[in-house]
Design a protein around this ligand. Sequence first.
Ligand code: TEU
Length: 624
Amino acid sequence: MRVFAVFVACEASRPVTTEVASGAWVLPLADGRPCRRWQSAAVITSPMPRSTWFRSAVVYQIYPRSFADGDGDGIGDLRGIIDHLDHLAELGVDVIWLSPIYRSPHDDNGYDISDYEDIDPLFGTLADFDELLSKVHARGMKLVMDLVVNHTSDEHPWFVESRSSRENPRRDWYWWRPARQGTTAGEPGAEPTNWGSFFSGPAWELDPVTGEYYLHLFSRKQPDLNWEQPDVRAAVYEMMRWWLARGVDGFRMDVINMISKDTSLPDGIVREGALYGDGRRHYFCGPRIHEFVHEMHLEVFAGCERELITVGEMPGVTVDDARLFTDPQRAELDMVFQFEHVVIDHGVSKWDVQPFDLRKLKASLGRWQAELADIGWNSLYWNNHDQPRVVSRFGDDGVHRVDSAKLLATVLHLHRGTPYVYQGEEIGMTNAPFATVADQHDIEAINHYHEAVGVGADPEVVMRGIRRSGRDNARTPMQWDAGTHAGFTTGVPWLAVNPNHVEINAAAARADPDSVFHHYRRLIELRHREPVVADGDFTMLLADHPTVYAFTRRLEDVELLVLANFSSGAVDVQLSDDLDGGAIAAWSASEIVLRSGVRSSSGHPFTLGPWEARVHRRVVGATA
Ligand code: TEU
């Protein structure tokens, strides 16, 4: 780590920047002699340029509650993860991201934390965690924690103190405001702003003890921290350093682009038919967001010489924002999770599902590839614990389930960026057949259901939206085998296992060399083997084709051509007008390094069968 001292000896003088040994005591020199009259000094550490190891890495996300239950209580835990590390080692992933395992009342399944430095007994103990970490490292993998610091649980001691009285020293660790002027606290519309919460209802909760409202962008049991308060930031950085010192390899940062709010707290626009104002423009990438994220980098990561990874979850982030957040020169984050490609089938809301349009998907992903080509870095994902299963969403979870699952993997993993595999995606798990709201566990869907039906919506229509978009689709227990409860637990699962586990399960997939599981294993191998996959330039082809996703990757003289047919019918791919002529000739001699799906019998080199995907490789200039 390099350390620079910047001294301003006196007003007139130009600041003096001197590189010094880290940790050394220094005194400014004026005219060569120690000078005691210096006015101000700043020590800046220009962080070491961070290694970009993550570019050829693949991350596997575990949702501990649903991964594997080691003690039979029906809820997944750390023991269950330890018992299944071989599954991940065989898949070949490099990093494991754990959704929250900290002490929590589980109002939002752990994204409401009451103690950042302890493991929830549901999941195990700190000793179990250390055992897991050492076994992950022993297999050459890394482990990333989920950092949830936009909000805490309302049972976190910080909030318990803060709500205790208006004079409490931690009062401004959260956002407290009196009722809107001219209103009486508790009346509808008396909330300080008209913002709606992501989990339905207003984003402000009146606290009877002090008669003031506190802000909660998510559930009322998830009060937002006030990052304007430097002590809040210092406490968060200290907690992060504590986990780094314990050996973790980085953080996935929950809604991190919401930590800076417009402190004047203006009302949001009320869209037609909406119950509340849309406050997002007042807290998505707020005024001090880059300052906070950079400060976090300097305070937590700059001093750490281990290879770490940081990814910020950022609903609503734009490519321009992402270029700033992920530009290594700016020392902020390695990558962000953007949401554009996971809202392309959203109508007025996520519950109003629109038909899938491949051109829209290509337009969005193509733009992120192009815009982060020269600066920054992309994350690549279809699934996580908040999104419905991609094979049911953009693929075909019926007769073409296996082929469409493989195709979706090929398309995603061959883009330029770091791929994320969500548990169950590697065996082609699908959305679940939820009948009624009683089958739901997720606070977002349950609150939405009651709010919508409460204002007269048809319950079946609301349930249809939840079946398509609900987060519980991603949270049904991992399907390990065809046995009772899919081998997830010897107890009663907290959420029903998808009945299709009889067919779709890890044991069957690992035993079948042609399964989705082994396709993912080959894709990950390809990324580890071929530098063009990690670093090759991306060029979109056939952007307007309604069912074919086609692009090239090029690094020096190695080029890949990826072709994927997002339909159940065969399709002829006309490439020539996209490449410098003679495309067919140029590629038909190429080697196919990965293929999945039904080959077309047409014999035309570029006819793709239903849900067929291919990866061609050629060395440019090499003659056949
Ligand atoms: O998600 C933030 C977020 O954008 C989602 O809540 C999203 O709005 C919704 O689920 C998509 O429909 C993060 C976590 O990933 C999520 O699980 C938490 O519920 C949320 O933050 C609050 O911590």
